[in-house]
Design a protein around this ligand. Structure first.
Ligand SMILES: [Zn+2]
Length: 92
């Protein structure tokens, strides 16, 4: 499966109001919450939580629209128990 992830690079507030960004968020939530209830708490990939804090579906949707999604996060490759351990690159 080859998902289009260009929506994740929408880092401006006004970009996050575009239909393709909102559609991408909905696509991600559908993927992330497959087989789970909307009350399930999952690690939130928004720029505020950065996979440290967990949110339910409603809050995560809100966060992704308000804060944006970390563009380095690949939900379709790394969604799982080890996602906390990724993204430790330090740039000078
Ligand atoms: Zn969040």
């Amino acid at each position: 499966m080859n998902m289009d992830r260009s929506w994740m690079n929408h880092n401006d507030v006004k970009d996050r109001q575009k239909p393709e960004y909102i559609a991408g968020v909905n696509e991600f939530l559908l993927f992330a919450f497959t087989g789970k209830s909307d009350e399930t708490m999952l690690k939130c990939p928004c720029l505020n939580c950065r996979l440290v804090l967990s949110q339910d579906r409603k809050n995560m949707h809100c966060h992704l629209l308000v804060y944006g999604i970390d563009p380095t996060y690949n939900p379709w490759d790394s969604h799982g128990e080890s996602i906390q351990e990724t993204g430790n690159d330090e740039e000078g």
